[in-house]
Each structure stands twice: as structure tokens, then as C-alpha cells.
Design a binder for this molecule. Sequence first.
Ligand SMILES: Cc1cc2nc3c(=O)[nH]c(=O)nc-3n(C[C@H](O)[C@H](O)[C@H](O)COP(=O)(O)OP(=O)(O)OC[C@H]3O[C@@H](n4cnc5c(N)ncnc54)[C@H](O)[C@@H]3O)c2cc1C
Length: 428
Amino acid sequence: MKHYDVVICGGGVIGGAVAFALSRNRDLNIALVDFKKPGNASRASAGGLWAMGESTGLGCGVILFKTLSKQLRQGADVSDASAMKPHIMPKPFFDLAMMSNAMYPALNQELLEKHGVDMKFEKTGLKFVLFDQYDRIYAEHIAAAVPDRQQHIRWLDKATLLAEEPNIAPDAIGAMEFDTDHQINPYRLNDAYVEAARQNGVDLYLNTSITAIERQGHRVTGVQTSRGKLSAGMVINAAGAWAEQINLWATGMQMPVFPVKGQVLVSERLPKILNSCITTSDCYIAQKDNGEILIGSTTEECGYDTRTDLNQLKSLARGAMKTIPQLRDMNIKRCWAGLRPGSPDELPILGPVPGIAGYLTACGHFRTGMLTSAITGKLLNELVRGEPTSVDISPFLYQRFLHDKGEKADAAYSVTASSSSENRIANS
Ligand SMILES: Cc1cc2nc3c(=O)[nH]c(=O)nc-3n(C[C@H](O)[C@H](O)[C@H](O)COP(=O)(O)OP(=O)(O)OC[C@H]3O[C@@H](n4cnc5c(N)ncnc54)[C@H](O)[C@@H]3O)c2cc1C
């Protein structure tokens, strides 16, 4: 049986980011184990680094806005616009998202220069294109809800919008732009992390299922896989929408991570028709580095179902054609559905689980795993090494789901990784 200091369960963008961050110093024995289940999120993603957008309910959260605005449009009373509460994420998440976002230029350079892998990082900005007074009022609500982030918000009148994005429909009335929000290619980011980790000495167990987690008392000691057993000083759960099963094996406790389906359409390659990423009250639209136009996405809680649905796809396509009329003539090349790893409060679940040694979670990244993968890698690296974390992770701990006071009181713990490198995790 092979022994590792750290075994990472799941090789999506989160497992990849953690493997890369941990392997930078080349001082740990690390294994990354992954079996691509249908619907794995990282290969379904849009690749938006929309730190402001996702923290204020745009991006995929635009669906929430759509529901509210539909109600308003039916009532047609603008004074009701106060009902259009933007979906602002709590400050700890907002800060985490912005911090992770800020890491990408340097990360991109490091991956390119040291490892020869290219995530196709593009500085685009994210424009919320406005078509009517409801869109404008909603945008104003968002801006008002983030008074400390005004420097990142730019308002574009119609003439400026059409000058910057000549292919946007002329009936658009303007836009609100977040200058912080950019994009990468999600496949390439995932592959870049995994390849860089491999170059740093991480053993990749691909097409390999984890079938159980080994425990001795309250310590996790390894994993069983379809290719045999691996013993481990530390096991990290980065299994995306399937993280609960790993957690059950590791701790005997449930973890509220569940699949949230997102459907996406992708066009054939087109000449450059967009300079920025676009979001509207119907969909988001991003032209990727290879010319394809990606149109997303739905937000559906329907278990592990990865089927696509023509009505949903038509609705996304209609929204895209309304925004960019020339898309009427494009061909759709692919459509798919992926499973975001949702959590009840939409926050990731990071760090130790009370009372269980040798085990850390890196899951529940819901609709921002691309964006927050960089900071997740950094934090997990700090946790494994017993270093103070660069962000207060208390809002993201599994512990927040333990409602029983007794359980929380028992949660003062000191977890030591039984690794050959004597890495230590101490939390209380
Ligand atoms: C349609 C859509 C659009 C999105 N757009 C964006 C976006 O624009 N920006 C953004 O930041 N985020 C976006 N997201 C969210 C983002 O894709 C996810 O948050 C992120 O990919 C989660 O990564 P992960 O590594 O946790 O999960 P995954 O990518 O699902 O990886 C988990 C891996 O673990 C494997 N696994 C699970 N169980 C086992 C087991 N027992 N044995 C072996 N392997 C196992 C899975 O098969 C999978 O390969 C989007 C998601 C979707 C679905």
C-alpha cells in the first residue's frame, strides 16, 4: 500500500487548485484521485471570474432577478421596484471572492512561465446590459447595496455601450459594468492546475474512483480506490457535488452539499463579436478564447439529473438573441448540463470537521468555484501546514451546520496530521 502525506479526493478545479498549491514547495507526497462523473462542474462551467457580479446576484444569480422582475413587470408599478432586492452575498464571501480574483494575473503568469500551461485569462469586465427601467432600477439597487465598491462600477450610457460593444442590440439603454470581473477558459484552468501539480510531483490517479475512506477511531487514515488502497496523513474532500458521500465515509456525518444543475449552450466559433462578458436579465453571454459564444445558464435543483431540456435552452437562446441580434444566424455546437456543488447558504465549506483528525473539506463552491479556486488552494495549503490562514475561515467552516450547542462545544479540537513531514493542523 502506498503512503501519501495528502490524498485529494476529486480532480475538478478545486482539487486541482489544492494539489497545485500544496505541491509548490515539492516537500509533500501528494496524490490526486479523480473519476469524472457525469455532470462534474468544472467541465460545465462558463469560466467567469465575476467576483463583483456573482457577489451581487448577477451572473448565474441573474435568474433570481428574473423571477423578481417578472413579478414586477406583471404588476407594472415602478414604485414596487423596492421589492427587487439584489442578491448580495455576505461580506466574508464578497471579500474572499475579490481576494481570489486578485490572484489571477500572477497565477496566470506563474502557470504560463513555470509550467507552460495557459488558462486563457482575459481582462474583459462584466457588463450588465440594461433594456428597460426595471433593469436600470435593479442595477441602481445593486450599486447602492455595495457603497464600498463604487470604484469598480462604471455606468455606460447607450452611446458608450454601443461604441464599446457594437453588436449589442440598439434597443439596449445602457449598462452597468464591473471592471474587476474577467474570464478564463474553465477546461484549461482545470487542466492547468492538474498539469502543474503533476510537474511538481503530484501522483495523478485519474479514472480512479474512491470507494471508501479508511478511519482508525477519530482519525482518517487513507482512502480505498478502484486501484487499491492509499494510506494518508491527510485526506482532502474536493469531490464537488458528490462531497457528501466522501464526508459520510470520513466522519459518519452528513454534509449539506447538493447538486444544482446549470444548462449551457455553446455556439460554433465566431469572429470576435464581444469585447466584454455580458449579463442580462435573461442570461449571460461570454465569447471564449476560441471564438465560441457561451450562453448560460439555468439554476435547477433536481438531484443528479444531467439531462438538457429544449425549453430551457430555447429560453437562454432567446435571451442571447435579444441582446446580440446577429446570434440568430449562428449554429449551436453543443449544449450540456453540469452540477454545481451547492450549499444551503451558498458559501463554500472549507477546513476541518470537528472531532475528526486527518481530514479537511474543500467543497460547496456552488456557482463560483472557478473564481474561488485560487484562494481555496492557498487556504488549504495553509491549513495543511498548520499556518495561520490569510483569511478568517470561520464563516466557511463545516461547524456552522452543527446546530446543537453540545456538538459545537465538542468542536474545540486539535487535529494533527500523521504525515511523514509532521505537518500539523491545530484549531480551536
Ligand atoms: C453551468 C455552470 C456554469 C458555471 N459557471 C461558473 C463561472 O462562470 N464561474 C465560476 O467561478 N464558477 C462557475 N460554475 C461553478 C463551478 O464550475 C464550480 O463551482 C466548480 O467547478 C466546482 O469545482 P469542484 O472541483 O468542487 O467540482 P467538480 O468540478 O465537479 O469536481 C469534483 C470531481 O470529483 C469527482 N468525484 C466525485 N466523487 C468521486 C469519487 N468517489 N471518486 C473519484 N472522483 C470523484 C467528480 O467526478 C469530479 O471530477 C459553473 C457551474 C456550472 C454547472
